[in-house]
Write a protein that binds this ligand. Structure first.
Ligand code: 9MR
Length: 369
């Protein structure tokens, strides 16, 4: 069994010093758009050995006001969409790394770490992939991609979402695996093959299994937690090189509140397996609430606080990433279709780059939790 790798060494860069790394950025930061001058989240988090960061798209970096806020607040970045296979290998065998290269260069210039999302998923694949996988049944269609992408990023990315969202108890299988293209073509062993290929491509990388169903409350999520523990236990017993569990952390401000005890117990069991815990995609959907912004902001902040109180209480937790930093880029449609009707407030900075009550809740839990 490979030793679990800690990201703490890597994330030592996440303090304030790195944020002001390049002279070109100093000007932007002097003209600070953030009127609250207290320490940024990356520095507050780094003080307790946690890295805080955000998902981002390269188009967002072209907004100087946003880029300055990102450089200030985030100690780690992840690509919101540009590291999905549909973007990287839209044409079979021709890899387009331009999006992630832009993001990784920004991260490097600002002393940030970078993490990868995601190598194996059932969404956002190129149009040619499904037919090719089902016709050829060649495992290299999965492992060859993993190898190519990880080698391109070697030395620049230490933490990888290798497999994303492979569990779905509702699909009715006894192993609770989701009935995806990969499962249909290669059987349940596709997950083992993916992690082994990732370990071989970069033996120093932290390899993460990432999913969405373990944090919320309700019967469905009880089943999801049990299925995830079962999956991880069996995989680790087989020697599958999984180093960490990613909890996406998509919450609902006006949905059922998190069951803190159940989440705490679940995370303890994950820790007992020797796994690290990462919060990979935290945001709070404020749909279903009143139009009054203060009320929505308070509910969003409360949901985030109750979640992070539990997560940060577990010493295996080493990263918290939000799925975006500013509400400026939230789309009123698409995957956030439920957020229509008013401007969503789901993230630490609002559309004007001002710190929201969620920012303050996160800062408080990170500082004191
Ligand atoms: O936010 C992402 C959006 O821009 C993409 O279009 C979409 C499909 O690739 O994926 C969204 O991100 C998802 C993430 O990759 C996995 N967990 C759920 C996220 C939100 O739907």
């Amino acid at each position: 069994m490979p030793t679990r790798r800690s990201l703490l060494g890597l994330f030592a860069l996440s303090g304030t010093a790195g944020a002001f790394a390049t002279p070109s950025f100093a000007g932007l930061l002097r003209a600070s758009f953030v009127d609250d001058q207290s320490a940024p989240l990356r520095a507050i988090a780094a003080q307790r050995g946690i890295v805080y960061g955000s998902a981002v798209g390269s188009y967002e970096l072209r907004d100087p006001e946003f880029a300055a806020s990102l450089a200030r607040e985030a100690g780690i970045l992840v690509a919101e969409y540009e590291m999905k296979r549909g973007v990287i290998e839209e044409v079979r065998g021709r890899y387009d790394f331009s999006g992630i290269d832009t993001l990784m260069a920004f991260a490097q210039a600002h002393g940030m770490a970078f993490r990868a999302h995601t190598l194996v998923w059932h969404h956002r694949n190129p149009g040619w992939l499904d037919a090719a996988v089902l016709a050829e049944r060649d495992p290299a269609l999965q492992t060859g991609y993993i190898d190519a992408v990880m080698r391109h990023c070697k030395g620049r990315i230490k933490s990888w979402d290798v497999v994303n969202e492979a569990i779905s108890p509702e699909d009715g299988r006894s192993d609770n695996l989701r009935n995806t293209l990969w499962l249909q073509a290669f059987g349940p062993g596709y997950i083992d093959a993916a992690f082994h290929a990732a370990r071989a491509a970069d033996p120093t990388a932290q390899l993460v299994y990432n999913d969405w169903g373990c944090e919320n409350s309700g019967d469905k999520h009880d089943r999801f937690r049990a299925a995830t523990l079962d999956f991880l236990e069996r995989a680790l017993a087989r020697g599958v090189p999984i180093d960490g569990l990613g909890l996406q952390g998509h919450l609902q401000a006006f949905g059922p509140p998190i069951d803190q005890k159940k989440l705490r117990d679940f995370l303890s069991k994950v820790q007992q397996m020797g796994l690290k815990i990462l919060i990979t995609e935290h945001d709070v959907d404020d749909s279903g609430g009143p139009s009054d912004i203060a009320t929505r902001d308070q509910a969003v902040a409360n949901a985030s606080r109750r979640f992070l109180e539990v997560v940060l209480d577990n010493s295996a937790t080493e990263a918290v990433l939000t799925w975006g930093l500013s509400d400026r880029f939230l789309k009123p449609s698409g995957w956030r279709e439920t957020l229509t009707g008013y401007s969503p407030r789901a993230l630490p900075l609002d559309a004007d780059m001002q710190r929201t009550p969620m920012w303050h809740a996160m800062a408080r839990v990170l500082a004191t939790g």
